[in-house]
Design a protein around this ligand. Structure first.
Ligand SMILES: *[C@@H]1O[C@H](CO)[C@@H](O)[C@H](O)[C@H]1NC(C)=O
Length: 427
């Protein structure tokens, strides 16, 4: 859990450097990790009796977290895109989601009634099931099982990186010892046996003497409860508001945030394809433009969609956002173009294919905007080995030379790479 907090901090730093708002997963990671710390308060560990049950406050902290994540996601959908109300969102989602996987290619072709059913189930799981948390032990367990199954389905149907795995974590707070007992060996002296004995003793009133450590721990947990309750006020107001916002922190601690992804679904997939040419004249008709290939995002139409979850290729993900808008909204892409013009090894390590590997760097790099659609399984394009059919929309950013970028880089305080090509190539 401490690791989760650390990972969240690193991602947060990464996000600031990229200057992008991302999807708010960092906050979810941070919040889950933060609560996790209270499962095992190291500073009182040595003073605790062997049997120290997890505080109900911490368990409810996790339950409140998953409740907010799911209900927030459900509400933003029905308040947002119309396709969530007429149940057509899943007709588009598999093709237009950030980084489709091979399952999505086939699921996209499910019959229309199946897509309606999927959209409806999504609403059931996000709008109704969260309330099961408050309906007693059995319903809470049912909630946990349903949410974990839901996340497993999402893991299978797309590359949403670690998000789904992370969302499973707070759902575990619905399972008590009796529910999880099957995971542990039984028999005399086993862990299960010891836990049962301790629980029996406790119900008979043989509570261990409260030690100093126990008191400290209780005070810490109580403070946590008060803090979370206090910080929840704006979150509840936001959930009730018709102007609901998503992925926002309402406090400087970045805990007790509001979440909710995929409020709207893009109906068409567009991609930015980066290309380079060795030709001295970018507008010459005989200039040969070669595509850079990213690790996972769609590029070469005959490349099978990748399978990467729970790993996360951040650059591929950002390219999905970039394709919605223009390069002026995503200046980092010009930064990347500059690095490609300089054959920067670090930037190239984030790509799968550099068409200029082992050659001089390209003289020009440009971004092209394409429309992408899945090919029809068993159809003409699929028979030619194509997973995607693409059509050029137009330029995304114009052909650039490294020397053209010097001022642009300087004004943004990005380190500018001087290369031989830059200084040595006379106009
Ligand atoms: C580049 O090619 C275009 C189109 O053929 C031509 O009009 C232009 O003069 C060329 N520029 C240079 C600098 O050669």
């Amino acid at each position: 859990m401490v690791f989760l907090v650390h990972a969240a901090q690193l991602l947060e730093l990464d996000k600031m450097q990229a200057g992008n708002t991302g999807a708010g997963w960092e906050s979810q990671l941070l919040e889950t990790g933060f609560l996790g710390v209270f499962l095992c308060p190291l500073w009182t560990l040595s003073r605790l009796p062997r049997h120290t049950p997890t505080s109900r406050i911490v368990l409810w902290g996790f339950r409140w977290l998953i409740f907010r994540i799911m209900l927030g996601a459900g509400l933003i959908k029905i308040r947002g895109d119309r396709c969530w109300r007429d149940l057509t969102c899943m007709d588009f989602h598999y093709e237009t989601q950030p980084v489709p996987n091979p399952m999505a290619y086939y699921l996209h072709r499910s019959p229309w009634w199946f897509h309606r059913f999927e959209t409806f189930s999504n609403h059931f799981l996000e709008l109704l099931v969260p309330f099961f948390l408050f309906l007693g032990r059995r319903m809470c367990i049912l909630h946990g099982v349903l949410q974990i199954l839901f996340q497993v389905v999402l893991v299978i149907s797309g590359n949403l990186s670690f998000l789904n795995w992370l969302t499973m974590v707070p759902s575990l707070a619905c399972f008590d010892d009796a529910t999880l007992g099957f995971l542990f060996p039984s028999g005399p002296g086993s862990l299960k046996d010891q836990v049962l004995r301790m629980q029996r003793e406790e119900t008979q009133g043989h509570r261990p003497m409260p030690t100093y450590g126990c008191v400290v721990r209780r005070m810490v947990n109580l403070s946590l409860g008060i803090l979370v309750t206090w910080l929840s006020v704006p979150v509840i107001i936001n959930l009730l508001s018709s102007q609901q916002v998503m992925n926002v922190s309402f406090n400087p601690l970045r805990i007790v945030n509001t979440y909710g992804a995929f409020g709207s679904i893009t109906k068409e997939r567009t991609e930015v394809i980066l290309q380079g040419t060795a030709s001295p004249n970018a507008s010459a008709p005989n200039a040969v433009w070669e595509d850079y290939e990213f690790k996972c995002k769609p590029g070469d139409p005959s490349r099978r969609p990748c399978l990467i979850s729970p790993y996360h290729y951040r650059l591929d993900w950002l390219m999905w956002f970039a394709a919605f808008q223009t390069y002026e909204h995503h200046e980092w892409i010009i930064h990347l173009a500059g690095k490609l013009l300089a054959n920067d090894p670090e930037a190239l390590s984030l790509l799968r294919l550099n068409p200029f590997a082992g050659r001089a760097p390209p003289r020009w790099v440009r971004g092209e905007h394409y429309r992408y659609k899945f090919s029809q399984p068993g159809g003409k394009h699929a028979a030619e080995g194509r997973w995607w059919v693409r059509r050029r929309i137009g330029p995304y950013f114009p052909p650039l030379r490294l020397e053209d970028l010097r001022g642009y880089f300087r004004s943004r305080e990005w380190p500018y790479v001087e290369t031989n090509a830059d200084t040595g190539r006379a106009p």
